[in-house]
Design a protein around this ligand. Structure first.
Ligand SMILES: Cc1ncc(COP(=O)(O)O)c(C=O)c1O
Length: 373
């Protein structure tokens, strides 16, 4: 069993049919019927104020702290936001710290910027702040990159106690924190847990995006940070030349926000993804061999499985594909190629019957292989 029949539990995106085409059509029609065509012009570097106003209103409605339009900068998604921050706040050769494991494509962005990457572990309460404290006794990193809510790949959320300690550490060591919060609104907590910005408003730049809550094809997101931090980012050469990011997508999204279409869609996918998550967690708990462990995630997209330490999940992948199932190997998510005995699964991509089939195949495969190893 190979190729088309493989259920790839590693895919970290929704199926196209889940993307909100009707809402997009409605929002685009609304926008095109309005007078004015500002969105066909270069946008101000920070993005149009009316769009920032709608995003601020939306975020204020979904999170415990008010968001100000002046503290938002429009980006072409969180990846662009990350690269923009690195471009303005780091130089090649600078040291940065990441969670180990972390979002694997971020590691590629760091590589492209010539950065030296160090890792700190992450456990069921999120980033290990004691380990970071220890690292900061010998290193002076320029910034910390963290995925604090519904982490990719582990699914965990930084605990309130650790948030406070992290803020203290950052102040003591003059550390900038880039909080990649693209899954922030996809957690169980409602209203959502506060953005990490609430713990250290002057030090945290929060990356947000419509990719996970509306559609990745928009290439639209934001950076939420203090006015002083944003003023520094706004000197970026690319922004000065190109103007604010994605103005056409932004204009449509402004209508989607104003019409309540984003709110409605977010409510729908929160329920759908939570149901799929519970389904996958139930299945994994019932079918995996006892030596495979995981923490039930707080939301987001992913479950992180730990196999016995001698197993290399990357090496097992071809055999798994033969058995009709795939995943993302743990080593992909580690700055040092660690976590080789882990794997990342996504519960968002497939509907429940395919999730069932995929999890059963994976469990049967692991039972057979762990016995043979
Ligand atoms: C943690 C994290 N950050 C950023 C991204 C990409 O976001 P965007 O599409 O807004 O660039 C992803 C997508 O998987 C992600 O998991």
């Amino acid at each position: 069993m190979t190729g088309a029949h493989v259920i790839d539990l590693g895919i970290g995106e929704p199926q196209p049919r889940l993307l909100p085409l009707d809402s997009f059509r409605q929002a685009a029609a609304h926008r095109l019927a309005l007078p004015g065509n500002d969105y066909l012009q270069y946008a101000p570097e920070q993005g149009w104020g009316s769009l920032r106003g709608e995003i601020a209103r939306f975020l204020t409605g979904w999170t415990p702290h008010p968001v100000e339009p002046d503290e938002l900068l429009i980006t072409a998604g969180a990846s662009h936001g990350l690269d923009l921050v690195l471009s303005r706040c780091t130089r090649p050769g600078d040291t940065i710290v990441v969670e180990d494991p972390t979002y694997f494509f971020a590691l590629e962005v760091f590589r492209d910027r010539g950065l030296r990457v160090l890792g700190v572990p992450i456990d069921g309460d999120g980033l290990d702040v004691d380990a970071l404290d220890e690292l900061l006794s010998t290193e002076r990193p320029r910034l910390l990159y963290t995925v604090p809510v519904c982490n990719n790949p582990t699914g965990v959320t930084l605990s309130p106690g650790r948030r406070a300690r992290l803020a203290g550490l950052a102040a003591r060591h003059d550390l900038l924190i880039v909080a990649d919060e693209v899954y922030h609104l996809l957690g169980d907590a409602g209203p959502a847990v506060p953005s990490l910005r609430a713990a250290a408003p002057d030090r945290v730049l929060s990356l947000g995006s419509f990719s996970k809550i509306f559609a990745p094809g928009l290439r639209l997101g934001w950076i939420h940070a203090s006015r002083e931090r944003l003023a520094h980012l706004l000197q970026d050469g690319e922004l000065r030349s190109a103007g604010g990011a994605s103005p056409v997508a932004g204009a449509v999204m402004e209508s989607a926000l104003a019409l309540g279409l984003q709110d409605r869609f977010l409510k729908e996918i929160r329920e759908l993804y939570a149901a799929r998550r519970r389904h996958m967690v139930r299945l994994l708990a019932a079918t995996l061999p006892p030596e495979v462990t995981f923490e039930p995630p707080d939301g987001g997209y992913y479950v992180w499985l730990r196999l016995p330490g001698h197993v290399d999940t990357a090496a097992l992948l071809p055999a798994a594909a033969q058995a009709g199932v795939a995943y993302r190997p743990g080593s992909l998510c580690s700055w040092r190629g660690g976590h080789a005995c882990c794997m990342r699964l996504c519960f968002v991509h497939y509907d429940e019957p395919d999730l069932t089939e995929g999890c059963e195949r994976l469990a049967a495969f692991l039972r057979a292989h762990l016995r043979a190893l």
